[in-house]
Design a protein around this ligand. Structure first.
Ligand code: ADP
Ligand code: MG
Length: 240
Protein backbone atom coordinates (compact mmCIF):
# COMPACT_ATOMS: atom_id res chain seq x y z
CA UNK A 1 0.00 0.00 0.00
CA UNK A 2 2.77 2.43 0.87
CA UNK A 3 5.07 3.77 -1.84
CA UNK A 4 8.85 3.91 -1.69
CA UNK A 5 9.94 5.85 1.38
CA UNK A 6 12.04 8.95 0.76
CA UNK A 7 15.81 8.56 0.72
CA UNK A 8 16.09 11.00 3.65
CA UNK A 9 13.35 12.07 5.98
CA UNK A 10 14.08 14.53 8.76
CA UNK A 11 11.18 15.15 11.13
CA UNK A 12 10.85 17.93 13.69
CA UNK A 13 14.55 18.29 14.47
CA UNK A 14 15.38 20.58 17.36
CA UNK A 15 18.83 21.50 18.64
CA UNK A 16 19.54 23.84 21.52
CA UNK A 17 22.86 25.23 22.68
CA UNK A 18 22.94 26.77 26.16
CA UNK A 19 19.16 27.17 26.19
CA UNK A 20 19.13 28.86 22.78
CA UNK A 21 17.18 27.06 20.03
CA UNK A 22 19.43 26.97 16.98
CA UNK A 23 17.52 24.39 14.93
CA UNK A 24 13.82 24.86 15.50
CA UNK A 25 11.47 22.09 14.33
CA UNK A 26 13.13 21.38 10.99
CA UNK A 27 11.48 18.81 8.74
CA UNK A 28 12.60 17.96 5.22
CA UNK A 29 12.50 15.15 2.72
CA UNK A 30 14.88 14.20 -0.07
CA UNK A 31 14.09 11.70 -2.79
CA UNK A 32 16.74 9.46 -4.39
CA UNK A 33 18.66 11.24 -7.14
CA UNK A 34 17.53 14.67 -5.98
CA UNK A 35 19.65 17.66 -5.03
CA UNK A 36 18.10 19.72 -2.24
CA UNK A 37 19.73 22.98 -1.22
CA UNK A 38 19.40 24.11 2.36
CA UNK A 39 19.68 27.84 1.75
CA UNK A 40 19.89 30.58 4.33
CA UNK A 41 22.04 33.34 5.79
CA UNK A 42 25.09 32.67 7.89
CA UNK A 43 24.26 31.54 11.42
CA UNK A 44 20.72 30.29 10.69
CA UNK A 45 21.51 26.69 11.69
CA UNK A 46 22.39 24.99 8.40
CA UNK A 47 25.64 23.31 9.48
CA UNK A 48 24.10 22.21 12.77
CA UNK A 49 21.29 20.52 10.83
CA UNK A 50 23.81 18.76 8.58
CA UNK A 51 25.90 17.62 11.55
CA UNK A 52 22.89 15.92 13.13
CA UNK A 53 22.05 14.11 9.89
CA UNK A 54 25.67 13.00 9.60
CA UNK A 55 25.53 11.75 13.18
CA UNK A 56 28.39 13.86 14.55
CA UNK A 57 25.94 15.85 16.68
CA UNK A 58 22.72 14.71 18.33
CA UNK A 59 19.36 16.44 18.27
CA UNK A 60 17.31 17.32 21.35
CA UNK A 61 14.11 16.33 19.56
CA UNK A 62 13.11 14.76 16.27
CA UNK A 63 13.87 11.76 14.10
CA UNK A 64 15.94 10.96 11.02
CA UNK A 65 15.04 8.13 8.63
CA UNK A 66 17.03 6.87 5.63
CA UNK A 67 15.06 4.77 3.12
CA UNK A 68 12.35 4.39 5.72
CA UNK A 69 14.71 3.07 8.37
CA UNK A 70 15.16 4.95 11.62
CA UNK A 71 18.80 5.98 12.00
CA UNK A 72 18.43 8.38 14.89
CA UNK A 73 16.00 9.65 17.47
CA UNK A 74 16.68 11.03 20.92
CA UNK A 75 17.48 7.65 22.49
CA UNK A 76 18.70 5.57 19.56
CA UNK A 77 21.55 6.46 17.27
CA UNK A 78 23.32 4.59 14.48
CA UNK A 79 26.95 5.81 14.46
CA UNK A 80 28.09 8.06 11.57
CA UNK A 81 30.22 5.39 9.86
CA UNK A 82 27.23 3.04 9.55
CA UNK A 83 24.81 5.57 8.04
CA UNK A 84 26.04 5.43 4.44
CA UNK A 85 26.05 9.19 4.46
CA UNK A 86 28.96 10.99 2.79
CA UNK A 87 30.26 14.39 3.79
CA UNK A 88 32.03 17.13 1.91
CA UNK A 89 33.14 20.36 3.52
CA UNK A 90 34.23 23.79 2.38
CA UNK A 91 37.91 23.14 3.13
CA UNK A 92 37.77 19.68 1.42
CA UNK A 93 39.59 18.17 4.43
CA UNK A 94 41.77 15.83 2.35
CA UNK A 95 44.16 13.74 4.40
CA UNK A 96 47.50 15.53 3.82
CA UNK A 97 49.64 12.45 4.48
CA UNK A 98 47.74 10.27 2.01
CA UNK A 99 48.11 10.32 -1.76
CA UNK A 100 45.21 11.30 -4.00
CA UNK A 101 44.47 7.63 -4.72
CA UNK A 102 44.66 6.74 -1.01
CA UNK A 103 42.33 9.62 -0.16
CA UNK A 104 39.74 8.38 -2.64
CA UNK A 105 40.13 4.75 -1.52
CA UNK A 106 39.84 5.68 2.17
CA UNK A 107 36.17 4.75 2.62
CA UNK A 108 36.33 1.70 0.36
CA UNK A 109 36.69 -1.86 1.47
CA UNK A 110 38.71 -4.50 -0.38
CA UNK A 111 39.99 -4.06 -3.92
CA UNK A 112 39.27 -0.46 -4.70
CA UNK A 113 41.63 0.25 -7.58
CA UNK A 114 39.04 0.04 -10.35
CA UNK A 115 36.64 2.43 -8.61
CA UNK A 116 39.45 4.86 -7.76
CA UNK A 117 40.75 4.85 -11.34
CA UNK A 118 37.27 5.31 -12.79
CA UNK A 119 36.58 8.27 -10.51
CA UNK A 120 39.96 9.84 -11.19
CA UNK A 121 39.26 9.63 -14.90
CA UNK A 122 35.75 10.97 -14.42
CA UNK A 123 37.00 14.09 -12.64
CA UNK A 124 39.76 14.55 -15.26
CA UNK A 125 42.57 13.66 -12.86
CA UNK A 126 43.90 10.49 -14.46
CA UNK A 127 47.54 10.13 -13.43
CA UNK A 128 47.08 12.22 -10.28
CA UNK A 129 46.75 9.14 -8.03
CA UNK A 130 50.31 9.19 -6.62
CA UNK A 131 50.33 12.96 -6.00
CA UNK A 132 49.72 14.52 -2.58
CA UNK A 133 47.06 17.11 -1.72
CA UNK A 134 49.58 19.97 -1.28
CA UNK A 135 50.67 19.49 -4.91
CA UNK A 136 47.16 20.26 -6.19
CA UNK A 137 45.30 23.49 -6.99
CA UNK A 138 42.12 24.34 -5.11
CA UNK A 139 39.95 23.15 -7.99
CA UNK A 140 41.87 19.88 -8.21
CA UNK A 141 41.50 19.34 -4.46
CA UNK A 142 37.76 19.95 -4.79
CA UNK A 143 37.53 17.23 -7.44
CA UNK A 144 39.49 14.78 -5.28
CA UNK A 145 37.22 15.56 -2.32
CA UNK A 146 34.16 14.97 -4.48
CA UNK A 147 35.58 11.67 -5.78
CA UNK A 148 36.41 10.60 -2.21
CA UNK A 149 32.92 11.44 -0.99
CA UNK A 150 31.27 9.54 -3.86
CA UNK A 151 33.63 6.53 -3.91
CA UNK A 152 31.66 4.33 -1.48
CA UNK A 153 28.39 5.26 -3.27
CA UNK A 154 26.74 6.76 -0.18
CA UNK A 155 22.96 6.82 -0.01
CA UNK A 156 23.14 10.51 0.78
CA UNK A 157 25.86 13.10 0.28
CA UNK A 158 25.90 16.10 2.59
CA UNK A 159 27.81 19.10 1.24
CA UNK A 160 28.50 22.10 3.47
CA UNK A 161 29.32 25.22 1.40
CA UNK A 162 31.49 23.06 -0.87
CA UNK A 163 32.47 25.82 -3.31
CA UNK A 164 33.09 28.80 -1.05
CA UNK A 165 36.84 28.24 -0.85
CA UNK A 166 37.22 28.38 -4.63
CA UNK A 167 38.05 31.23 -6.99
CA UNK A 168 34.85 33.09 -7.78
CA UNK A 169 35.52 33.01 -11.53
CA UNK A 170 35.79 29.22 -11.56
CA UNK A 171 32.85 28.50 -9.29
CA UNK A 172 30.01 28.25 -11.80
CA UNK A 173 31.98 25.85 -14.00
CA UNK A 174 32.85 23.71 -10.98
CA UNK A 175 29.21 23.80 -9.80
CA UNK A 176 28.04 22.54 -13.19
CA UNK A 177 30.70 19.80 -13.36
CA UNK A 178 29.87 18.71 -9.81
CA UNK A 179 26.15 18.61 -10.51
CA UNK A 180 26.70 16.50 -13.64
CA UNK A 181 28.68 13.93 -11.66
CA UNK A 182 26.15 13.87 -8.81
CA UNK A 183 23.38 13.20 -11.33
CA UNK A 184 25.40 10.44 -13.03
CA UNK A 185 25.98 8.75 -9.69
CA UNK A 186 22.31 9.25 -8.77
CA UNK A 187 23.24 10.40 -5.29
CA UNK A 188 20.68 12.13 -3.09
CA UNK A 189 22.32 15.38 -2.01
CA UNK A 190 21.69 17.91 0.72
CA UNK A 191 23.80 20.93 -0.15
CA UNK A 192 24.14 23.78 2.32
CA UNK A 193 24.72 27.26 0.94
CA UNK A 194 24.14 30.90 1.84
CA UNK A 195 24.17 31.91 -1.85
CA UNK A 196 20.77 32.06 -3.61
CA UNK A 197 22.52 31.94 -6.97
CA UNK A 198 24.13 28.61 -6.12
CA UNK A 199 20.83 27.13 -4.97
CA UNK A 200 19.06 28.35 -8.11
CA UNK A 201 21.78 26.82 -10.27
CA UNK A 202 22.02 23.43 -8.59
CA UNK A 203 18.86 22.53 -6.72
CA UNK A 204 15.92 20.38 -7.70
CA UNK A 205 14.39 21.71 -4.52
CA UNK A 206 15.27 24.54 -2.16
CA UNK A 207 14.58 24.57 1.57
CA UNK A 208 14.82 28.17 2.70
CA UNK A 209 16.05 28.47 6.28
CA UNK A 210 16.02 31.41 8.63
CA UNK A 211 16.69 31.65 12.39
CA UNK A 212 16.53 27.89 12.79
CA UNK A 213 13.33 27.33 10.84
CA UNK A 214 12.57 26.22 7.30
CA UNK A 215 10.24 28.94 6.11
CA UNK A 216 9.65 27.75 2.53
CA UNK A 217 10.39 24.65 0.50
CA UNK A 218 9.86 24.00 -3.19
CA UNK A 219 11.23 24.16 -6.71
CA UNK A 220 13.78 26.97 -7.23
CA UNK A 221 11.58 28.70 -9.81
CA UNK A 222 8.63 28.78 -7.44
CA UNK A 223 10.61 30.08 -4.49
CA UNK A 224 12.26 32.76 -6.61
CA UNK A 225 8.98 33.87 -8.18
CA UNK A 226 6.77 33.57 -5.14
CA UNK A 227 8.87 34.18 -2.03
CA UNK A 228 6.94 33.52 1.15
CA UNK A 229 7.41 37.05 2.54
CA UNK A 230 9.37 40.29 2.15
CA UNK A 231 12.39 38.94 3.97
CA UNK A 232 12.60 35.98 1.58
CA UNK A 233 12.17 38.33 -1.38
CA UNK A 234 14.97 40.57 -0.10
CA UNK A 235 17.24 37.56 0.39
CA UNK A 236 16.80 36.63 -3.28
CA UNK A 237 16.97 40.19 -4.59
CA UNK A 238 20.76 40.45 -4.50
CA UNK A 239 21.21 37.28 -6.53
CA UNK A 240 24.31 37.54 -8.69
P1 ADP B 1 25.14 28.20 9.60
O1 ADP B 1 25.82 26.95 9.16
O2 ADP B 1 23.79 28.41 9.02
O3 ADP B 1 26.01 29.41 9.37
P2 ADP B 1 25.44 27.06 12.26
O4 ADP B 1 24.58 25.86 12.23
O5 ADP B 1 26.90 26.87 12.13
O6 ADP B 1 24.90 28.12 11.19
O7 ADP B 1 25.20 27.85 13.62
C1 ADP B 1 23.91 28.26 14.05
C2 ADP B 1 24.03 28.92 15.41
O8 ADP B 1 24.39 27.95 16.39
C3 ADP B 1 25.10 29.99 15.47
O9 ADP B 1 24.64 31.05 16.25
C4 ADP B 1 26.26 29.29 16.14
O10 ADP B 1 27.05 30.19 16.83
C5 ADP B 1 25.56 28.33 17.08
N1 ADP B 1 26.33 27.12 17.34
C6 ADP B 1 26.72 26.19 16.42
N2 ADP B 1 27.40 25.19 17.00
C7 ADP B 1 27.44 25.48 18.32
C8 ADP B 1 28.01 24.83 19.48
N3 ADP B 1 28.65 23.65 19.37
N4 ADP B 1 27.86 25.44 20.69
C9 ADP B 1 27.18 26.60 20.80
N5 ADP B 1 26.64 27.28 19.78
C10 ADP B 1 26.77 26.72 18.55
MG1 MG C 1 27.66 26.69 8.23
Amino acid sequence: MTGTPPRLEVRNLVRRFDGRTVVDDVSLTIEAGQVTCLLGPSGCGKSTTLRMIAGVDMQDQGTIHVDGKLICDTVFRIPPERRSIGLMFQDFALFPHLSVAENIAFGLKGAATARVDALLERVSLSGFGPKYPHELSGGEQQRVALARALAPSPRILLMDEPFSGLDERLRDGIRDDTLALLKEEGTAVLLVTHEPHEAMRMADEIALMRRGKIVQQGAPYNIYNAPVDREAAAFFSDIN
